[in-house]
Design a protein. Sequence first.
Length: 387
Amino acid sequence: KNGIQRPKGYTVSYHANPEMEKMHFGPKHPMKPWRLTLTNKIVLAYGMHEAMDLYIPRAATSQELKDFHREDYIEFLQRVTPTDNTWDPESGQYLFNTGDDCPIFDGLYNYCSLYAGASLDAARKLTNLQSDIAINWSGGLHHAKKTEASGFCYINDIVLAILQLLLHHPRVLYIDIDVHHGDGVEQAFWSTDRVMTLSFHKYNRAEFFPGTGALDDTGPLRNDSPGAHHSLNVPLHDGIEDDQYIKLFQDVVRPCVRTYQPTVIVLQCGADSLGGDRLGCFNVNIKAHGACVGFVKKFGLPMLVLGGGGYTARNVAKAWAYETSLCIGAEVHPNLPAHTPYLEHFGNEKTLFPKLDSTNRYENKNSRVYLESVVMGIMEKLRYLQG
Ligand code: V1P
Ligand code: CA
Ligand code: ZN
């Protein structure tokens, strides 16, 4: 029997700590760390583990977390428990923006330091040249800020990982295909030209979280600030389709790489941009989502591959397992192996590529003309960077 072969000429590393997967945000909360169990089950069922270096990373230390986050915020996360009163009467808000989106649950600090530890481990494997493509599906929590939690994110593992990459790399390109704007990463590197951030997302300032990421928000307005024009945003409407998304992604990412010439790429693969997601509003199928990963891989640069959002767990698991197979360059059978654990959770079609049924489709509000204008807009921003 011919199992899955290791890729020729490069190394893929997979960073996963199963302790993460047991965590619970609470019964009504859309974020389910258990989706990581499903992902790993599919990866293992296909035998993909034989083609990668597997690591069970240690938790990040509080000192490591403080490389980005403020000390008082980290100390709060370390000591807070679900029964503490975290209401701050002075501000009329919960401390550090905890609350419904970012609840305080049992094991919260452990959860945060584990996913951050995994992203740091992955980044270090890239910088010490032990890995060429490093994967952490538990990371990608792009909304967390220096001093507060936001949108299900407490610690910004992406910022921490990029800070590690910057010790060895002159220019990092960050690409974010989560359906939400990657605001925390954008904000952290707003003033520097050593990181270019590029987020694709549904944009509606009043109605869709977090409400930022307009086409014209591209960095500090002063032209003499190094960060000017190094934050790029691709605002989209409901219902974008596979072929449109792939073409748009390629037409935007290609010139960004050509112009910026990054030496490493960080790709946040939030799976809430898939059709049928509980929170998302696009019509993108798993093959098209994966095509973005495949396209970025072709540049042949070291790559850090992270998770992110994704709220219909069976689809998240299929997408990330498929994207793992693309990273190792393995062809996998479209039908899930019969011995996949929890097969009953994967819907009626036991396939990696379920068809988006018509009841889950959003009306497509992205005209061809609109998408062309977005690509032209991005090209215009990039022109500022050329000599
Ligand atoms: O819309 C909001 C806030 C709450 N309102 C006051 C405005 N929050 C969203 C947060 C979405 C976070 C996405 C994270 C990620 O980008 C990265 C991991 O994917 C929100 C939504 C929503 N439909 O947008 N929170 C909730 N739903 C929610 C629902 C049930 C229980 C708790 C939170
Ligand atoms: Ca995004
Ligand atoms: Zn999201």
